[in-house]
Design a protein around this ligand. Structure first.
Ligand code: JD8
Length: 254
């Protein structure tokens, strides 16, 4: 997969040099290219922003540098990328969307700053490319860079060969599937006792059936506590009799 990122702070993406994504780049599984938006300005101050039409606070990113930058990234390529524009007013970024984007050969991320990017930029490329305005969550960031870091990691780890064989995405939380709409349960490793605190004995029993049941019960409890909306609407095809007994114990409506 090729990933291009345009930003006025390309140094924000140094974390993509390390760990999973860093190794995927070394192996050529991922081709990440960073672009400084100001390289497509022509004034001494390398201006990328101006006052908002209609008044109001802050500044808006000018369309011209974005047009020149995106055209430069697209130049000479037969097929175009999928253009992803992080914005707090975008569609939610989910594991489902991450899986969808992981199937794309080429992604282009446009990192906005200030009050955002002149809306004509998304309209301009919306006629040529698939353009998605995406939000990573209901809180306000200062710009799109952190959101792109989140999305590149969530998408990158889904690419074949990026996760070590010990790790698998098959039972990721939030992915479409059975166990998937439950949160992860608690995890434990050696030593069996730490500061007087024991690992739940069932996990040392070697009884895989009982361990799986215990883990599902813990996942149900944590999901009911932290994300009850994920349980709402789960039908008998997902919650078996034992599941419902666990939830009833928790006085979980349903
Ligand atoms: C892109 C500029 C800042 C946003 C005025 C603060 C995503 N989940 C998310 N929260 N915030 C963003 C995000 C914020 C951005 C930009 C993404 C570009 N800002 C603006 C509008 C209000 N300032 C985001 N994904």
């Amino acid at each position: 997969m090729r990933i291009d990122i345009i930003s006025i702070f390309p140094e924000y993406f140094a974390p993509l040099d390390v760990s999973l994504i860093g190794k995927a780049r070394e192996r050529g599984t991922l081709d990440v290219r960073l672009h400084q938006l100001r390289d497509w300005t022509h004034d001494i101050h390398r201006t990328v922003d101006d006052t908002p039409y209609g008044g109001g606070p802050g500044m808006v990113m000018k369309p011209e540098p974005w047009g020149e930058a995106i055209d430069a990234v697209l130049a000479g390529e037969a097929e175009g990328p999928r253009l992803i524009v992080p914005t707090p007013s975008g569609r939610p970024f989910t594991q489902g969307l991450a899986l969808d984007l992981a199937a794309e050969p080429w992604l282009l991320f446009a990192c906005g700053r200030y009050e955002g990017i002149d809306s004509r930029v998304m309209a301009e490329y919306g006629s040529r490319l698939r353009v998605d305005e995406v939000s990573i969550g209901d809180y306000v960031l200062a710009g799109g860079e952190v959101a792109v870091l989140v999305m590149v990691e969530a998408i990158g780890r889904l690419l074949p060969g990026v996760l070590g064989n010990a790790q698998s995405v098959s039972d990721d939380s939030f992915a479409p599937g059975t166990m998937a709409n439950l949160l992860e349960g608690p995890v434990f490793t050696k030593p069996p006792v730490w500061r007087g605190r024991e690992v739940p004995p069932i996990l040392l029993s070697g009884h895989h059936g009982k361990i799986a049941r215990w883990r599902r019960d813990e996942a149900l409890r944590r999901t009911a506590a932290n994300r009850p909306e994920l349980l709402a609407g789960l039908g008998p095809e997902t919650l078996d009799k034992h599941d419902r007994a666990v939830l009833a114990e928790l006085d979980f409506p349903g």
